[in-house]
Design a protein around this ligand. Sequence first.
Ligand code: PLP
Length: 341
Amino acid sequence: MSLRGSIAGAALLVMGAPGAASAQETLNLYCSVQVEWCQAVANTFSRTTGVRVNMTQKGSGETLAQIRAEAQNPRGDVWFGGTGDPHLVMAEEGLSEEYKSPKLEQLNAWAVKQAQDSKYRTVGVYAGILGIGFNPELLKKKNLPAPSCWADLTKPEYKGEVQMANPASSGTAYVAIATLVQLMGEEQAFDFLKKMHANVNAYPRSGTGPIKAVARGETSVSVSFIHDAVTEDLAGLPAKAVPPCEGTGMEVGSMSIVKGARNMESAKKFYEWALTPDAQRLGAEVGKQFHTPSNKSTPLPERAPRLDQVKIINYDFAKYGSSAERGRLIARWEKEVGSLP
Ligand code: PLP
């Protein structure tokens, strides 16, 4: 079981410095990056402001499902991180609060576009590039070449060697499906996914599950964000990732305030803090996660994959972040691919 799988959904309570905030100041934080970064964000915000933080970490699709289920009685105040598409769905479904940060002018264009596409109901906090992960040692042992293109993932030689997360629970896997649809056209993309299914040994719940399985030597190949392989590589584990030769998609990891949040002041305080370079550098420095931060003044981590060095499609965030399109593609995947033996 992955680290993420083993603690997903667990709540962490962080007490702020005594006396630094009134007894009522609390923040219920939903967090969809990896737990190390979530904890760093919760701890540092709490220490800096005195706000008591209850943090729950779950994948992007799972958090959207929870926010939908709680719509009549919101329990979360802010949702930090996770792929941008479900944040856009949340905005469209009226589940997030409109909020225009004065820090928008400090952010990269892709992060501002995310805010504009949502009518200022979400904002970009980081970007990441989708790729193919692999374990070079395991591949060598099996006498298999390292994959470098999407097309490789359907080759019979990789039978039983590939993992991708489940797109209903994982934002990473949904980005993969939306990327393939945009690259190939929908019918070819579903043909591809069906062929790749013959090589897939599991569709885990969490987007980082497959690259952690690669790093542990449980599977040779994964569909993963490239920065997630960097995290494993830096931990000394045999994981690498490449951008597929045909081109690939990207995520705009996002943040939203829950509509009707009980702790609206704390939510806005957190939102403003999370857009500062001091908060954004925690991702790499403490969380060991190497995204491109959205604030232009946050130092770009040395090991972060460079957006301008990869062939990235013009990902249509508004279309693939619409509730109808996301719901339709996930349902089609479940019916035509996920249900296959
Ligand atoms: N963890 C990291 C490091 C990520 O970059 C992302 C994507 O935003 C996620 C987790 C999201 O996880 P999931 O695919 O389970 O929604």
